[in-house]
Design a protein around this ligand. Structure first.
Ligand code: ADP
Ligand code: MG
Length: 250
């Protein structure tokens, strides 16, 4: 079962330049996909189109087999069953952890919040305020708040960019465990290929609005040796040795 199918998707903000051009790919249910690319390559645009926050210039998006966007149809963000977590976590500072997580819920609040606190391993933290949490805890609460709405597909825009490097590795593992445990389909954006190697099942490389490669993590060692990719993605070239080591350790 495919959770996401994208066909010939393009987006131009000004009618001249393409932020995204003729992108096509699909993702199987339960998979974690990383979108990797340099700043300005169109990563956030792609996520916004999937979430419905921007309208494509052309192309089609299907979520769980249902068309949510094409030339004739445009389904509103609320009706797409997609959860978007922003870069800065954006927790409400005047609400406790519990209140933040239950914010969008109408019924069974306590039960659902307790379940989620357990899933993110923060059972004792329900009554704290965001200012009393570490960056990693804030991030997990932010994810829990989005998971509370039972999204079919979870989208994260640069989830690790504001965190300390020495915290990152542990956090990546924690997030991966949570997501895999609940079988959540997820797409996340990163400019750091090591985020992708640690967490994702597959990687999409974006450059100047084009998908230049979509491969499984297992095949990343081939990408490091691919001359075209190396030329196109500085990061692949600069980190080739470390990447190979990371892939071999999997
Ligand atoms: P990334 O997330 O990979 O850094 P973006 O998707 O934010 O890239 O941006 C891709 C391109 O689209 C960039 O050239 C950017 O300047 C442009 N862009 C992004 N958002 C807008 C907008 N709201 N209006 C005009 N141009 C935009
Ligand atoms: Mg971005």
């Amino acid at each position: 079962m495919k959770i996401l199918e994208i066909n010939d998707l393009s987006k131009s903000y000004d009618g001249k330049n393409n932020a995204l051009k003729d992108c096509s790919f699909s993702i199987e249910s339960g998979k974690i996909c990383a979108i990797v690319g340099e700043s300005g390559s169109g990563k956030s645009t792609l996520l916004k189109l999937i979430a419905g926050l921007e309208r494509p210039s052309a192309g089609q998006i299907k979520i769980k087999g249902k068309v949510v966007s094409n030339d004739d149809i445009i389904v509103s963000p609320q009706k797409r069953n997609v959860g978007l977590v922003f870069q800065d976590f954006a927790l409400f500072p005047h609400l406790t952890v519990k209140e933040n997580i239950s914010f969008g819920l109408k019924k069974d609040k306590t039960k659902k919040v307790d379940e989620l606190l357990k899933k993110i391993k923060m059972e004792g933290y329900g009554n704290r305020y965001p200012s009393e949490l570490s960056g990693g805890q804030e991030q997990r609460v932010s994810i829990a708040r989005t998971l509370a709405l039972n999204p079919e597909l979870l989208l994260l825009d640069e989830p690790f960019s504001s965190l300390d490097t020495n915290l990152k590795s542990d956090l990546r593992q924690e997030i991966k465990q949570i997501i895999k445990y609940i079988g959540q389909s997820m797409i996340f954006i990163t400019h750091d290929i090591f985020d992708a190697l640690d967490i994702a099942d597959e990687i999409i490389f974006l450059k100047e609005g084009n998908i230049i490669r979509h491969s499984s993590i297992k095949n990343t060692y081939k990408d490091v040796e691919n001359e075209y990719l190396k030329k196109s993605m500085k990061e692949l070239k600069l980190n080739a040795e470390r990447i190979l080591k990371a892939v071999n350790n999997k």
